[in-house]
Design a binder for this molecule. Structure first.
Ligand code: GLN
Length: 308
């Protein structure tokens, strides 16, 4: 196996001089202020080691990567009944698209597009006040990463709430079809806050390690079954990058989930998890350099799930 630390250092050095870095998301005003020149990468191996390079200690908004954690939590609560309200198919559409909801009785195509994640947030509200549901999600992420210092960036959550009109439309539309149990603003409150969880690459890689380690978390706890970890990973591969999921599988070949904060969390089953962050996005809203870095890493380390 090549020297992983050396490979990470090389990738970070290469990314530092890239000029085509994509554009920082500015539809959430609070995210528009992030420095596009940052780049960090971290790998959490199943043997317990964490290796990193670049700005791997910088905190960023994990945005839609949080949908992996809310899905995991929701499956634990409601089990496979969740699939009556959310599908498991790639959408081939932008993350905030509304069109398919009309044709499919407001059952979102998958849990990683915004509409699907809002339904997942709605299931996490059952029996709780929004504040409690948000607290439970945050504690779950802290538990996964074995790190109590992880917090929600309330400025980002407020910024999303003030400008998230399209998410409001998605929630209202689904509510009108009966696919939200709670008031749209309550489900959205949970959604905006989990999107605003802030982490660095090392914390994020650790939080996602259970996917690579048959459901065992960074702290050594069995969080989900090996089968559930496999299935969540399958959804990340097919749906984790919205209408860029096919291209991501083609170029990188590992299950991964992106967020408009510029982060990507990937899993290499049996080996470890990887988190990368660079705020500039491509046309589909996925980190431009994050994807390039993962493409290089997976190639050099022979990590594609499709074989060597
Ligand atoms: N919070 C963001 C939104 O709702 C999440 C989108 C993303 O990361 N792709 O628009």
């Amino acid at each position: 196996m090549p020297d992983l630390q050396g490979v990470l250092d090389e990738i970070a050095a290469e990314m530092a001089v890239q000029t085509d870095r994509g554009a920082v998301a500015d539809y959430i005003p609070e995210l528009a202020t992030v420095d596009p020149n940052r780049f960090g990468i971290a790998v959490a191996l199943v043997d317990g080691r964490v290796l990193s390079a670049g700005d791997a200690q910088d905190i960023f908004s994990i945005q839609s990567i949080s949908k992996v954690f809310t899905l995991t939590l929701a499956l634990g609560k409601v089990g496979d009944g969740l699939w009556r309200r959310v599908g498991r198919e790639p959408s081939g559409n932008p993350f905030n698209s509304i069109v398919q909801l009309e044709y499919e009785a407001a059952v979102p195509r998958n849990p990683f597009i915004n509409a699907g994640a809002i339904v997942v947030a709605d299931t996490l509200l059952a029996g709780y006040q929004p504040r409690e549901a948000i607290g439970e999600i945050l504690r779950f992420v802290q538990f996964l990463a074995d790190d109590d210092s992880i917090v929600i960036d309330h400025m980002v959550a407020a910024s999303e709430r003030a400008t998230g009109f399209r998410n409001v439309a998605l929630a209202n539309y689904m509510k009108s079809f009966g696919n939200l149990d709670h008031a749209p603003e309550l489900a959205l409150g949970v959604y905006f806050h989990h999107c605003a969880i802030a982490m660095n690459c090392c914390q994020l890689a650790l939080a996602g390690r259970f996917l690579a380690d048959r459901g065992r978390s960074a702290g050594g706890h069995s969080v989900v079954s090996a089968e559930r970890a496999r299935r969540i990973s399958a959804l990340m591969l097919t749906c984790g990058h919205y209408d860029g999921s096919g291209d991501f599988a083609f170029r990188v070949g590992i299950p991964a989930k992106s967020g408009v904060g510029g982060g990507i969390l990937g899993t290499v089953p049996g080996v470890g998890s990887v988190a990368v962050w660079s705020p500039g996005l491509n046309r589909q809203g996925n980190s431009q350099l994050g994807m390039l870095a993962l493409e290089k890493l997976a190639r050099v380390m022979n990590w594609s799930v499709f074989g060597s």
